[in-house]
Design a protein. Structure first.
Length: 420
């Protein structure tokens, strides 16, 4: 301890002057508290139940600064006077704690540490009170990527990603009715934070346009919810919704076919149950139809998000049979993978895929037949490019003759029914 002179010494304790008496032959400084922290603030954060306490060093220039560390505590239980350490030697000027309980205010306090060996040199505590956010911020909106009709009557499908907020637990889908009001399609569907929802089907009470051309401006949106009952509305998917019937005329009709015939390739025996193979040009059956890339090109229109928005509900084939054995029989059609007619050929090529019966056809008849979904999807997406027709594939009769496109421009035309 510093030695004073033989006079009484003056000092300041918390701003109050005092006197040191002699202690034997020497005098010593009195024990003095560190200065209290300044600008102490307790505030809620965005996390449920969390408070953060911040402070600055003392502004008391007459008091010691302490050892540069701080003890930080919180009260638990509330209003009990019992304090729990968060950090006994904090140097960060900021500490936080997450409280439980779900309601009410909470207290935190901080002091400056003095000489560890002399507890009375610690500063007094500065205490502050605030109320945590017991309910989190509302969830972020979902990220919507697409919506489209989904094949059935009054059905939509939506694609989106749930927000990452920890409390998010479900969603519902809404659409606009004829008056433009938002209508909920059903109860909340359970989901997890960040979950990718693909092709979620939604039933609506609004009538889906029928085969006749019409249009309607429609909207759909996803509303997410969390465990606190809070919601967030996603981007609206909106565009003019059309039910259009579009005709795609054939570029060419052809005259060969591989597969679906009994026996080997026998060009001299054209009277078999396959279409287009011939040894005499007069016996051409014109069973192949070529469209180039027309069908796929027309179906590749995009929506708000740059994704395909032309959604095929069905495709129909127009064709004309001109004869063959004089009997009614099943008409079989399949897809093939050629874009253009290769012209005159002397061997069978281009097998049919997914051949299926689409109906009965009379010896002389012009008919419209719905193309099976598997085949229409292959045409829409460009997996295959054209169609072919043949008689019953397992030796059945009658074989069928089909007219040339040059004689009937509507032969081979596809009607594409779309919604989008």
């Amino acid at each position: 301890m510093p030695i004073l002179n033989d006079a009484d010494a003056l000092y300041l304790q918390d701003g109050t002057p005092g006197v040191v008496a002699y202690m034997g032959a020497e005098q010593v400084w009195p024990v003095q508290q560190a200065g209290v922290p300044s600008n102490v603030v307790v505030a809620a954060t965005g996390e449920v139940g969390e408070l953060v306490i911040t402070w600055d060093p003392t502004t008391d220039t007459e008091a010691p600064a302490g050892d540069g560390t701080y003890r930080v505590q919180y009260e638990e239980p509330p209003d009990s006077g019992s304090w729990v350490n968060i950090d006994q030697s904090s140097t960060s000027f900021s500490e936080s704690h997450v409280f439980t309980g779900g309601s009410g205010s909470r207290q935190m306090r901080v002091r400056a540490n003095g000489d560890e060996a002399v507890p009375s040199t610690n500063s007094a505590y500065i205490r502050r009170t605030d109320t945590p956010n017991w309910t989190p911020a509302p969830p972020a909106p979902p990220t919507m990527t697409d919506w489209r009709p989904n094949g059935g009557t009054n059905m939509y499908a939506v694609w989106f990603t749930m927000p990452a907020d920890a409390a998010v637990n479900g969603f519902k889908v809404e659409y606009t009715d004829a008056a433009g009001a938002w209508v909920t399609t059903g109860p909340v569907v359970a989901a997890t934070p960040g979950q990718v929802i693909a092709a979620h089907s939604v039933f609506t009470a609004e009538a889906v346009p029928g085969d006749a051309f019409q249009s309607r401006f429609d909207s759909v949106r996803v509303v997410v919810s969390d465990s606190f009952g809070q919601t967030a509305v996603g981007q609206e998917g909106s565009y003019e919704l059309k039910d259009a019937v579009v005709g795609i005329n054939a570029d060419y009709t052809g005259h060969y076919h591989e597969g679906d015939y009994s026996g080997g390739a026998d060009p001299a025996n054209w009277n078999r149950n396959y279409q287009g193979w011939f040894s005499d040009p007069a016996k051409q059956y014109w069973g192949y139809i070529y469209y180039g890339t027309q069908i796929n090109d027309w179906c590749k229109r995009t929506n708000t998000w740059g994704e395909q928005s032309c959604h095929v509900t069905r495709m129909d084939l127009n064709c004309e049979r001109t004869g063959g054995d004089g009997l009614a029989g099943d008409l079989y059609i399949g897809t093939h993978d050629l874009k253009v007619n290769p012209g005159f050929v002397t061997e069978p090529k281009a097998p049919f895929f997914d051949t299926a019966s689409v109906g009965v056809m009379q010896p002389v008849e012009i008919g419209q037949y719905t193309i099976p979904t598997v085949q229409s999807e292959d045409l829409r997406t460009g997996v295959h490019w054209g169609l072919g027709m043949n008689a019953e594939p397992f030796g059945g009769k009658p074989y069928m003759f089909f007219i040339r496109k040059e004689d009937n421009p509507g032969h081979g035309a596809i009607l594409i029914y779309t919604w989008g």
